[in-house]
Design a protein around this ligand. Structure first.
Ligand SMILES: Nc1ncnc2c1ncn2[C@@H]1O[C@H](COP(=O)(O)OP(=O)(O)O)[C@@H](O)[C@H]1O
Ligand SMILES: [Mg+2]
Length: 190
């Protein structure tokens, strides 16, 4: 088993299944929420998150690992052809996902970003981070799929472009090695 740390979750990657749990900052904040709720001290709870009327960004950040897990669970069925299935979620505290092997090293972060950008169009700029990084993708059932799709903005974007993304990822995987890095210009200068 391997352990990988993402931006908001820790993944325990096994041969067939991967377990994702919120990272320690989320768990620490959850413990604080329960502590203040137990004391009935809502004022202190608000202060802890720097919460002001209409601004709950800090709160959302604090529990982001939990929210990302939960969103992946809700989206999994609908996105099954472009996202690795999430089989189970215990209120976002623990998710079980199929394990997806890493993409071939010939595919770069840039290749992926361009591929996803072409499939999605300008909307990609609402959440470029989710589709930049080969680590957020893997091979499942012989296809390239997303294994990190819990960001708040990426869900609706993916739902609106399922077919083009599926096609683009299929083409990406079927490209011969030489069409990836080094880029043709660099090759020429060699
Ligand atoms: N289903 C999976 N199969 C294999 N590895 C995975 C899987 N899901 C996540 N990982 C690994 O764990 C890392 C962190 O998971 P990720 O879902 O990206 O969390 P975060 O949203 O915190 O970035 C990924 O970058 C990847 O290396
Ligand atoms: Mg990630």
């Amino acid at each position: 088993m391997e352990i990988h740390k993402g931006t908001s979750r820790i993944a325990f990657v096994g041969g067939n299944l991967t377990v994702k749990v919120p990272n320690p900052h989320t768990l620490r904040h959850l413990a604080k929420i329960f502590e203040y709720l137990k004391l009935g001290d809502l004022e202190e709870l608000r202060n802890w998150f720097g919460y002001t009327e209409g601004n709950c960004v800090g709160f959302r950040w604090a529990i982001s690992g939990l929210l990302q897990n939960w969103r992946e669970f809700l989206l999994s069925k609908e996105l099954s052809v472009i996202a690795v299935p999430t089989r189970l979620s215990i209120f976002g505290l623990l998710n079980v996902q199929d394990t997806a092997q890493n993409l071939p090293s010939t595919i770069s972060d840039k290749d992926l970003f361009v591929t996803m950008g072409m499939a999605i169009g300008p909307e990609i700029m609402k959440d470029p981070h989710s589709v930049y990084g080969t680590d957020n993708f893997g091979i499942h059932d012989g296809r390239a799929k997303m294994r990190d799709y819990g960001n708040v903005k990426i869900g609706p974007i993916l739902k609106g472009h399922i077919d083009p993304i599926r096609e683009a990822l299929k083409n990406l995987m079927s490209k011969p090695k030489e069409t990836f890095s080094p880029t043709p210009e660099l090759k020429k200068n060699k």
